[in-house]
Design a protein around this ligand. Structure first.
Ligand SMILES: [Ca+2]
Length: 191
């Protein structure tokens, strides 16, 4: 009888160890816009002066063929966002690439769970593509990541958005404790 009960415990220990050793998956859907559409992204259009879209031109992309651009005329910025399947308390690393070559009337903002975590007003001229990195903590399970921007005269280009868990590498000691703990559960259930 105890065999039936012990198997799930052993299986769960193995799955935890496997998860700890596996590569961190990217939580952003279509972060490079290579579907050629807004798959994975929700859109918030500015009520006045909205202008944004996808460029299908490898010369305008950081990688691949597509990149996103903000080019709204002013007022409120357009925004794209997605709800990322985060885990409350877990830390994440957000990376994305911007390409910007103008200096007039633009703004760009990154929000996480409704809070501005990066405001670039003005946006610096990047002389090509520049990578930005932010360390973020989820306070909920399911976090909204939002990019908002507009540019009166030019284009703020965005590509290769990525969000991965910050590797919480388990020490050998803690992994050993997990195995000992599982052994303790097995012993208790055999009584
Ligand atoms: Ca791309």
């Amino acid at each position: 009888m105890s065999c039936h009960r012990t198997f799930p415990v052993i299986a769960s220990v193995f799955s935890i160890l496997l998860a700890a050793g596996s590569a961190r998956a990217d939580l952003i859907v279509n972060g490079g816009f290579e579907t050629g559409d807004f798959t994975g992204w929700e859109i918030w259009m500015a009520p006045l002066g909205s202008m944004f879209g996808l460029s299908n031109d490898a010369n305008l992309a950081h990688t691949g063929n597509y990149s996103f651009y903000f080019a709204g005329l002013g007022g409120e910025p357009d925004a794209i966002y997605q709800i990322v399947p985060t885990v409350a308390g877990q830390q994440y690393r957000l990376t994305f690439w911007l390409n910007y070559d103008s200096t007039f009337g633009e703004r760009f903002r990154v929000s996480w769970e409704g809070t501005t975590v990066l405001e670039l007003t003005p946006v610096e001229m990047t002389n090509g593509w520049k990578e930005y990195t932010l360390q973020l903590t989820a306070t909920a399970s399911g976090s909204e990541l939002r990019f908002a921007g507009n540019d009166f005269r030019s284009y703020i280009r965005l590509d290769d958005v990525s969000l991965v868990e910050v590797a919480a590498v388990p020490s050998p000691a803690s992994a050993a404790l997990g195995v000992i703990g599982a052994g303790f559960v097995l012993l208790r259930r055999r009584r």
